[in-house]
Design a protein around this ligand. Sequence first.
Ligand code: URA
Length: 238
Amino acid sequence: MERLDRVLSGQNIATRSESKKLALKGKLMVNGKITKRSDIRVDPENDEIFVDGVRLVYKKHLYIMMNKPAGIISASRDKNEQTVIDLLPKEMRRDGMFPAGRLDKDTTGLILLTDDGELSHRMLSPKKHVYKLYSVECDKKLTGDDVRLFAEGITSGEIVFLSAALKITGDNTALVEICEGKFHQIKKMFHAIGAEVTSLCRLRIGGVYLDKELKPGQWRELTQEEINLITDSTIKDL
Ligand code: URA
């Protein structure tokens, strides 16, 4: 059981003082009864709660996929730059929302936004080896040798990357599948084979694919099936 005003503020529906005012105006209803107090205890998962005539659809956590545009940073908030969270409407910008797995400012494609720290931890855990698929364009003609080097495991300075699948799709374009999430990983791997990445887009995390209907900057909530597939470490395309 949780205080009603805390439930409403947690769901980004009303601040605690707004809830108090709504209650005094008779605009809060729990299980068919108007409550003049906003601090009563409710069971948000099972009680029927109406706020100003609108049924509360309680969601413990939010899970959102966004097609991240270039030029936006993967952070919760930033003093100077626009973040992926800034692109969400107010009701989705709950406290604690963050991008689970970062993309560089110039990288586009699939980014997951959630307030579920536990799920994010499972998805990002290096031990879990969740595969991510990227589409890459670079400034060099790719060859079978590069495919072999990726498969053997690239070394960049002190960093050793695990074996990764590279599938050449054009002279200087490829799909790459990695099961780690090291800082600037794809760019560093390409740099190590003498190429610079000119365009990078993430297409899949675990079993969740970027929805092709989403234009850059657009988002949608994940389906329950997709939520279950985020941490699936068995799904591979290459
Ligand atoms: N690898 C990179 O180099 N950059 C990204 O944004 C993601 C993976």
